[in-house]
Design a binder for this molecule. Structure first.
Ligand code: 5GP
Length: 196
């Protein structure tokens, strides 16, 4: 029997909100059959980040080639670096029936929402409990330069204004609770697409 095409799950939220932690917790639930789309970026790896696991860390020239050759489902510039979703792997995973999570910023999310309008797309925006909590998180990334921190905070404020472009807004007041809420959203969406 052919696998049912997987969902596309867009997960956005300001830098430092804890999207990655929530995403990892959500992915522990094997019943949801999730896969993570590994993005390409031109920024340098942070300590503990691994090439091919967290991101594909690539050179600017290579990224620009991917843009020219239309290999990216979406891409955006964020605080001086490129970030983008390779199209091929996402398509392949969805064809195999995997529900694919894109952990991306708001510009890229807008591109995906414009391109993929079907019933098989779900968009979720993660909000911090307060701006103070976010400031603290961004500052705690010790290898981030000060100018970068300021830019990320300014960007975060702008991004939060776009939360209503998303189907769901989830408050990260507690990581476990927020992860449960995201899981329920995905579960409901899966049930709804099976029934339709
Ligand atoms: P960071 O440098 O903190 O890992 O990521 C910066 C921002 O870029 C985050 O909001 C992250 O979710 C987003 N991002 C990561 N990968 C992609 C991608 O492939 N496309 C877009 N548009 N944003 C991405």
């Amino acid at each position: 029997m052919e696998a049912r095409r997987g969902l596309l799950i867009i997960l956005s939220g300001p830098s430092g909100v804890g999207k990655g932690t929530i995403r990892k917790k959500v992915m522990e639930d094997k019943s949801l059959n999730l896969a993570f789309s590994i993005s390409c970026t031109t920024r340098l790896p942070r300590p503990l980040e691994r090439d091919g696991v967290d991101y594909y860390f690539v050179k600017k020239d290579y990224f620009e080639k991917l843009i020219r050759e239309d290999e990216l489902l979406e891409w955006a510039e964020f605080v001086g670096h490129y970030y983008g979703t390779p199209r091929g792997p996402v398509e392949k995973m969805r064809e195999e029936g995997k529900n694919v999570i894109l952990e991306i910023e708001v510009e890229g999310a807008k591109q995906v929402m414009a391109k993929c309008r079907g019933n098989d797309v779900v968009s979720i925006f993660i909000m911090p409990p307060s701006l103070e909590a976010l400031v603290e998180r961004i500052h705690s990334r010790k290898n981030e330069r000060r100018t970068n921190i300021e830019e990320r905070l300014a960007k975060a404020t702008r991004e939060m204004g776009l939360k209503y472009n998303y189907q769901y807004v989830v408050l990260n007041d507690d990581v476990d609770r927020a992860a449960e809420e995201v899981k329920n959203i995905i579960r409901d969406k899966l049930n709804a697409t099976i029934e339709s």
